[in-house]
Design a protein around this ligand. Structure first.
Ligand SMILES: *Cc1c(COP(=O)(O)O)cnc(C)c1O
Length: 355
C-alpha cells in the first residue's frame, strides 16, 4: 500500500470557494469587478512572445516597479505566485511541529492550512466587534508562538485597525516572534493610512508585509503577490520558493499595473462608491454591516436561518455570495463588490428574501 505521511493524510483539502454553475455571477472571491490597467493587459500580451524562455527568477522589472511606486528597497522585495506562495514558504521556513502560528478569529483561512502542512498549531486570538484586537493577540502569545499573522484590512470582516495599533503591537510582541501584516486589501485604505509607516517596520528585522496584485490591481488570474522582507528572513524564504514562480506574462502585466497608479486609484474610488451605496441600501433593510475598507462587505443577518434563506434566494437568481460558516459566522454572507447593476439586483433579491 502506498501511504502519504500521516499529517498530510489527516489534513482536509483546502476549502475552495463554491463557484456555482455556468450562469453564476460570482460575488464570492473578492476579485476586482474592473479590468486591469490597459497597459498591464498590453504588456502581458506582448510578453507572450517570450514564452519559450523561463521567467527571470529575480523579477527585476516588477521589483523595480514596486520599489519606485512604494518607495522601497528592491532587494527586500520577493514576488510569489500569489501572496499565498509567500505565506506558505514563510511558514515552512519559520514554523514546524509543535510550534504555534497565531492568527485571529477571522484571519486568512490559508494560514491555517499552511500551518497544518508543517505540523504547526494554528491558534486564533479573539477579535472584538469583528475587529483585530491587539490585547487579545498579546494575551494569546505563548513561548511556542513563532509567527503572528494580522490581516489589515481584515478579510472577511473588511474592518481596519490603525497603523499606530500595528506599530504598538509590534513593539509589545517578543522580539523572537515574527509579525506578518497581510495587506491584501491595503490599496483600498492606503489613502488615509500612510503605507510607509508599515513598510518601515521591516527595517526592525522581525516584521514582514504582504501585498498582492489580485485585488485592487485586478490581476487575480495572473497569480502575483509580493512581500517586503527583512534581508535575513527573505533569504530563508527564497530557498523554498519555486525559482521560476511568476510567469513572464504575469511579471510584465504586474509591473505595468503597478506603474499605472492612476488606473488603480480610479478602480479603488469606483469600487468604494458602489460599496458604500450597497452598504447603505442593506443597512436600510435592517442588516448589520461593519464599515468596509476593502472591495467586499460582510452582511450580518438576524440569524443563521435568515442568512441561509438569503443565500438560497440569491442562488436562485444566479448570484453567489460566500457563506461564512467556516469562520463561525453562519449568520453572515460576504459579498464582493461587483458592477452597480449586479449590486442592485443583489439588493432587490435580499429585500425580497427579508420580507
Ligand atoms: C486575496 C487575499 C490574499 C492574496 O492572495 P493571492 O495569493 O495573492 O491571490 C492574501 N490574503 C488575504 C487575506 C486575501 O484575502
Amino acid at each position: 500500500m502506498i501511504k502519504p505521511v500521516p499529517h498530510v493524510s489527516a489534513m482536509a483539502a483546502y476549502a475552495l470557494a463554491d463557484l456555482g454553475g455556468a450562469h453564476t455571477i460570482s460575488m464570492a472571491q473578492n476579485e476586482s469587478t474592473f479590468p486591469a490597467s490597459p497597459a498591464a493587459i498590453a504588456a502581458g500580451q506582448a510578453a507572450m512572445a517570450e514564452l519559450p524562455l523561463y521567467p527571470n527568477p529575480e523579477w527585476p522589472d516588477l521589483r523595480a516597479a514596486i520599489a519606485e511606486t512604494y518607495m522601497l528597497e528592491p532587494n527586500l522585495i520577493l514576488c510569489g505566485a500569489g501572496s499565498m506562495e509567500l505565506i506558505g514558504c514563510l511558514i515552512r521556513a519559520y514554523a514546524g511541529p509543535g510550534d504555534r502560528v497565531l492568527g485571529t478569529d477571522y484571519g486568512y483561512a490559508f494560514v491555517s492550512s499552511a500551518s497544518a502542512q508543517v505540523q504547526a498549531d494554528y491558534v486564533k486570538a479573539r477579535e472584538v466587534d469583528l475587529t483585530v484586537s491587539m490585547d487579545e493577540i498579546l494575551a494569546a502569545v505563548t513561548p511556542e508562538t513563532r509567527i503572528v499573522f494580522v490581516c489589515n484590512p481584515g478579510n472577511p470582516t473588511g474592518t481596519l485597525i490603525s497603523n499606530a495599533e500595528i506599530i504598538d503591537l509590534r513593539n509589545a510582541l517578543p522580539a523572537d516572534v515574527m509579525l506578518v501584516v497581510d495587506q491584501a486589501y491595503a490599496e483600498f485604505s492606503d489613502a488615509g493610512n500612510d503605507p510607509a509607516e508599515i513598510f518601515a517596520l521591516v527595517e526592525r528585522g522581525d516584521t514582514v508585509v504582504m501585498r498582492t496584485l489580485s485585488k485592487a490591481y485586478g490581476l487575480a488570474g495572473a497569480r502575483v503577490g509580493w512581500g517586503y522582507f527583512p534581508a535575513k528572513i527573505g533569504a530563508e524564504v527564497r530557498k523554498l520558493l519555486n525559482p521560476n514562480n511568476v510567469s513572464i506574462p504575469s511579471q510584465a502585466a504586474a509591473a505595468a499595473a503597478v506603474r499605472d497608479q492612476v488606473h488603480m486609484r480610479d478602480v479603488v474610488a469606483r469600487t468604494a462608491e458602489i460599496r458604500d451605496r450597497f452598504a447603505d441600501d442593506c443597512r436600510a433593510m435592517g442588516l448589520h454591516l461593519p464599515q468596509s475598507h476593502t472591495n467586499f462587505v460582510l452582511l450580518r443577518f438576524a440569524s443563521p436561518e435568515q442568512a441561509q434563506a438569503a443565500d438560497q434566494a440569491l442562488r436562485a437568481e444566479n448570484l453567489l455570495m460566500r457563506g461564512m460558516g467556516g469562520y463561525g459566522l453562519s449568520d453572515c454572507l460576504r459579498a464582493t463588490i461587483c458592477a452597480p447593476e449586479v449590486m442592485d439586483r443583489a439588493r432587490d433579491v435580499l429585500k425580497g428574501a427579508l420580507k
